[in-house]
Design a protein around this ligand. Structure first.
Ligand SMILES: [Zn+2]
Length: 275
């Protein structure tokens, strides 16, 4: 049922393209020549964690990105934005998108699943700590990406509400992530955050370096790759709007890394540092 929904979604996004192969573990939607391919597979199929992985191969060669959402089940803007990304077309590169990383938590609408906080199961230098965390890490290692994005929602406003991170982008210490984060922050603040919402301007969070057991920390610590946590707030912001802002940030970061969305909303020239 879940699969059917996603396939319909993919087909709609691709606009009447032919569907080839609906059986088995993977289904591939192929577009016309020069359009690339989109494949949906299932991570941890047959388990309570089963969740879709969408692979988009753009028509031109380029870098590879992993984009995740739904690590926390009560953060709708993160998993909605990741679903957006999974529906986009790209001109170059490859994307592996995990829109709903933590299905049991999303189904319950809670931050945690039965094993606690999924985004605290990724210690640097050691194996990920749960079955789901290990599967996600394996997916990243198998993909061998150039960049990793993890899309979340936050509460409150940065530096205003105690213990809230507000709207912020947290890059890894690995170049060019800090610079590209700044570009994405400026792009979002200039294009989608209204002038009359100054407390909703995106800020740059601390650099992620492997010192904490978060997925993107591990991306820095174990893989030495650029990566980002993107947090859009729930504070006086409805989930669809927060998702739209989050997906704009994702689009900007991907474009900077040489994976430009076709007919996207931002015009970005990939920097020299894209890898
Ligand atoms: Zn989160």
């Amino acid at each position: 049922m879940r699969r059917r929904t996603l396939l319909t979604h993919s087909m709609a996004a691709l606009g009447g393209s032919a569907l080839i192969g609906t059986g088995g573990a993977a289904s591939t939607t192929m577009t016309q020549a020069g359009e690339g391919t989109r494949t949906t597979e299932t991570l941890l199929a047959g388990t309570k964690y089963a969740t879709d992985v969408v692979t988009i191969d753009a028509p031109n060669d380029g870098p590879t990105a992993v984009v995740g959402g739904g690590m926390h089940g009560d953060e709708p803007s993160g998993y909605r934005a990741a679903s957006d990304v999974a529906s986009w077309k790209f001109d170059a590169g490859k994307l592996v998108v995990l829109p709903e990383a933590n299905r049991p938590a999303i189904e319950r609408g809670t931050r945690h699943n039965d094993s606690g906080d999924l985004n605290r199961k990724f210690p640097t230098g050691r194996e990920a700590e749960t079955k789901l965390a290990r599967a996600i890490w394996q997916l990243i290692e198998n993909t061998n990406p150039d960049v990793v994005l993890d899309l979340h929602s936050s509460k409150g406003v940065y530096r205003t509400h105690e213990s809230a991170v507000g709207q912020a982008i947290f890059p890894t210490v690995v170049d060019p992530a800090p610079t590209y984060a700044q570009t994405a922050i400026e792009t979002a603040n200039d294009t989608v955050v209204p002038w009359y919402m100054p407390y909703h301007r995106y800020e740059r969070g601390n650099l992620l370096d492997g010192s904490s057991p978060l997925l993107v920390h591990k991306v820095a610590g174990d893989l030495d790759l650029p990566g980002y946590i993107v947090e859009s707030t729930k504070f006086i912001l409805d989930p669809p709007t927060a998702a739209r802002w989050t997906s704009l940030v994702a689009e900007t970061l991907l474009a900077k890394h040489g994976i430009p969305r076709r007919d996207g909303r931002v015009e970005i020239t990939a920097g020299d540092g894209s890898r």
